[in-house]
Design a protein. Structure first.
Lengths: 315, 271
């Protein structure tokens, strides 16, 4: 296990290093100089040069890369070109929208998908199964931002149950915050729930064909009892993996949904920074998202290895 | 022919036909504004209604189909063109440093959140259909590399490959002449899946303004323009959304159907 852990940690570090280099390189070749962009077209050359050196843009690429990575490791994400505030502070504020949104969406998706998948598997081939599978076929095809627009139309504009966008802030209370995040979370959760329900169904179907399930039935358990006592636990392993992967996807996937609902999360921060050519913000937020995704993938792998010892040997 | 294959082929065929027909004919010129006719609901003249500039929505959806299908198809082309040779090379040199490098590189690209990187690429290099194709295409490469490698590995142990090696053929030639035709089925099925994912990705990028630029119509941008008007004219949002869904459902069903057809054993476990 220790050997496996060391190997995985090394590959985690390698992935993060290469990811940071790629992101830095992409930002580096971006056309347009942030200093002249900030000062406008009428700025004098000396002023631009002075701002460039203030921002550290006149140093070599290597030293700037090392500065950036070193800063991120110690929690210093640099200072935003446009807002003149530390990026870490901006990210910290936005995270309080994006992270709860991702958790909320994941909870919804799991609550919808697991019962639907279990139901479909236990009614295999019958009308109920067909209906669930048809719904998931539709669910994976619906673009979540489009579904979000329909939700706004029905529940915000027509029924007036929710507001059409914006975020009230957590200081108005937990309930008000959750209420504001409900429509975005539902929009994010739907396509994920469709995928998860399919995984749940096929995992359970696979387990249902196992010998121990037949034995359970043979000793007198009903189909329902057998599923509840023996089937579910064994089917949950692949399902948990997918749930883990979906979390990182939801965190990154919220970018577009935040645009639909004008939510002040990380996604909107990225878009605002892109249009203002605030590259240090773009760079740091993208790196943070990539870090979150790679880290979650790593944790899922580890959890899997704990559950299934065969994987440790295979690695 | 199974049901998935039929329905999937029908739906994706219709969308493809709409896109092709739009080159020679659309009910109206998709770019011509006609303010007096703005925001009409579907009617006899404008079958799917008009937008806030009085443009015919059916014509825009038809021309938009070109953009969506072309971007997704070219992105699949990038994935196959670069991913399959990499996967074949990895399988042909199984266990060597080359195999190791290719597969680790694959894992790395897989680990990136594709949407975030696609947004980064299109934002930095400027929003355009070409950059959207590249951004989506990059993430298709490891998918096809993995499918090609996985499909080839077992083939390399088969007798007809051994015979080809005894006959003196090089590994590269065997890969091209014997391995590739035998994994074509897998690649076609994966291709339809990536095609449908590409349609969704293109719509998302265009929606946030990072895909095809005006005046080229695209489904994603039609949705973005509809957003502020959705309460006045819901059909502005519903029509392009349905176009996306029909295409994606069609391609997914086509993929399922093709998989069953190529590998009838799967039918049993699915029903």
């Amino acid at each position: 296990m220790l050997h496996y852990l060391a190997k995985r940690l090394l590959s985690l570090a390698l992935s993060l290093t290469i990811a940071s280099m790629v992101i830095f390189a992409v930002i580096e070749v971006a056309p347009g100089d942030p200093a002249s962009f900030m000062l406008g077209t009428g700025a004098q050359e000396e002023t631009v040069a002075a701002l460039r050196s203030e921002l550290g843009l006149d140093q070599s690429k290597v030293s700037r890369y090392l500065d950036w990575v070193g800063g991120m490791l110690t929690g210093d994400f640099g200072t935003s070109y446009t807002y003149r505030t530390p990026v870490a502070k901006m990210v910290g504020e936005r995270l309080w929208v994006s992270l709860p949104l991702a958790i909320y969406a994941l909870t919804l998706s799991t609550l919808i998908a697991l019962p639907a998948g279990i139901y479909a598997a236990s009614r295999r081939g019958k009308a109920g199964d067909m209906a669930v599978m048809g719904a998931t076929q539709l669910g994976v095809a619906v673009p979540n931002f489009w579904f979000a627009m329909l939700l706004v139309l029905v529940f915000a504009i027509n029924l007036r149950w929710f507001s059409a966008g914006g975020f009230v802030g957590w200081d108005k209370g937990l309930w008000a915050g959750l209420h504001a995040l409900t429509l975005p979370a539902v929009a994010l959760a739907l396509p994920q729930a469709a995928i998860l329900a399919r995984v749940m169904r096929s995992a359970l179907l696979e387990v249902l064909g196992e010998d121990f399930m037949r034995s359970a039935r043979a000793k007198g358990l009903s189909q329902k009892q057998a599923i509840r006592r023996h089937g579910l636990r064994n089917a949950l392993i692949p399902v948990l993996t997918i749930i883990g992967l979906q979390f990182s996807f939801l965190l990154a996937g919220a970018i577009i949904i935040e645009q639909v609902f004008y939510l002040p999360g990380l996604g909107r921060l990225v878009f605002q920074a892109i249009s203002a050519r605030d590259l240090i913000v773009v760079e740091s937020v993208v790196m943070l998202l990539v870090f979150a995704v790679i880290l979650v993938n790593f944790l899922v792998d580890m959890a899997y290895a704990v559950v299934d010892p065969r994987l440790r040997r295979a690695a | 022919m199974n049901r998935s294959l039929f329905l999937g082929g029908l739906l994706s065929g219709i969308m493809l036909l709409l896109a092709i027909v739009s080159f020679v004919w659309t009910p109206f010129d998709h770019a011509v504004m006609n303010i007096p006719d703005k925001l009409q609901t579907p009617n006899g003249t404008h079958l799917l209604g008009t937008d806030h500039f009085g443009r015919d929505i059916l014509s825009m959806v038809m021309v938009g189909a070109r953009t969506s299908l072309a971007v997704a198809l070219l992105a699949v082309g990038i994935g196959i063109g670069l991913g399959v040779p990499l996967g074949l090379a990895a399988a042909a040199t199984r266990g060597s440093w080359l195999d190791e490098v290719i597969m680790r590189g694959n894992d790395l690209v897989f680990a990136f959140p594709s949407l975030v990187i696609a947004i980064l690429i299109t934002a930095v290099f400027g929003p355009s259909a070409i950059n959207a194709i590249i951004a989506i295409g990059i993430f298709n490469i490891p998918v096809f590399a993995r499918v090609a490698r996985g499909g080839s590995l077992s083939l390399w142990a088969r007798e007809f490959i051994l015979a080809a090696r005894v006959a003196g053929k090089s590994r590269a030639r065997i890969s091209a002449e014997h391995i590739l035709p035998n994994i074509a089925n897998l690649l076609i099925v994966q291709g339809t899946i990536q095609f449908s994912l590409g349609i969704l990705a293109e719509a998302g990028l265009s929606y946030v303004g990072l895909g095809a630029q005006p005046p080229t119509p695209s489904w994603g941008r039609m949705l973005a323009e509809a957003q502020t008007l959705v309460s006045l004219a819901p059909h502005l949002a519903i029509v392009p959304g349905c176009a996306i869904i029909v295409t994606v459902v069609g391609l997914n069903l086509l993929g399922d159907g093709l998989r069953d057809r190529f590998d009838p054993r799967l039918m049993e476990g699915r029903a």
